[in-house]
Design a protein around this ligand. Structure first.
Ligand SMILES: [Zn+2]
Ligand SMILES: [Zn+2]
Length: 272
């Protein structure tokens, strides 16, 4: 059984990974924007945040895209959009991003951590679709300039050369905040809110799955919340009701088939 410290450390790690995945995915293009319109190849998923695939199933009927160590912990996660003062610097001819003056000031005057984001003008002026971003919203976006290699094909379909093109993205900084009594005594959301994070609905994003570590936005209402799948609703319900779920496949102390079979049996009995 993991200690609270380990859980908190895991949560922090997951938060970073989810953030990185979300960096490449979140936009405010449309009111009900989902991540599914991402171009293949640009996607950099956090583990456990892979897209559901109808092919990825096992004999127990569980979609393997929906399982993974962190998801099976059954934590509830609240997705929020977090601000950060970022300014560009050119290092060896390449643009990089570094913490800007507004957040630098927080080091000298710690109370500014509760207010710097209200006046910070730093962040991209336009999103990747050329839409202007209002000044007060700019710190909530992350910018990325990345190179994409596309093959140039010859007459027989062979790769003649690779073309390098620069792409620009400015996307909302979506973070996944773990909700559990064991993590920051359950105050993680308040901690984030006090430091300027906002609900994803403020930016017109479609609701995310409430399972911590899942960034899917195709969700439906279950008795215990909005989830992408009954499976994620069950993982969360099991944890919240103290039901032990064997970790399928990943638990080396069980023979894989047995562990997966046991998990499926336990989950079948969890009502959502
Ligand atoms: Zn700033
Ligand atoms: Zn989910």
């Amino acid at each position: 059984m993991a200690t609270d410290k380990q859980l908190a450390a895991l949560a922090r790690g997951r938060e970073t990974l989810a953030k990185r995945a979300a960096e490449r995915k979140a936009t405010t293009e449309a009111p009900e924007q989902t991540f599914d319109s991402d171009t293949p190849g640009e996607r950099q998923e956090a583990p456990g945040a892979t897209q559901a695939s109808p092919k990825a199933s096992n004999p127990g009927g569980i979609d393997l895209g929906l399982v993974g160590r962190s998801l099976e912990q059954g934590l509830r996660g609240r997705k929020m959009v977090a601000p950060s003062c970022q300014v560009p610097v050119v290092v060896h001819g390449k643009t990089e991003w570094t913490t800007g003056p507004c957040q630098q000031q927080v080091k000298e005057s710690p109370t500014l951590r509760y207010s710097w984001f209200k006046t910070c003008p730093h962040g991209p002026e336009f999103d990747e679709h050329g839409q202007a971003i209002p000044e007060e919203r700019r710190p909530y976006y992350e910018t990325d300039i990345y190179e994409k290699r596309t093959p140039v094909l010859g007459p027989r379909g062979e790769i003649k050369e690779w073309k390098q093109t620069e792409h620009y993205s400015a996307r909302l900084r979506v973070v996944d905040v773990a909700l559990a009594e064991t993590i920051m005594s359950g105050r993680a959301v308040n901690y984030r809110l006090a430091r300027g994070a906002l609900p994803v609905s403020d930016f017109g994003l479609a609701p995310f799955c409430e399972a911590y570590g899942c960034m899917r936005q195709k969700t439906q209402q279950f008795k215990n919340g909005r989830f992408c799948s009954a499976l994620h609703a069950k993982f969360v319900k099991a944890r919240e009701t103290g039901t032990m779920v064997p970790v399928g496949g990943f638990d080396t102390s069980w023979p894989m088939a047995t562990s997966t079979q046991k998990r499926n049996e336990v989950l079948a009995a969890v009502e959502v």
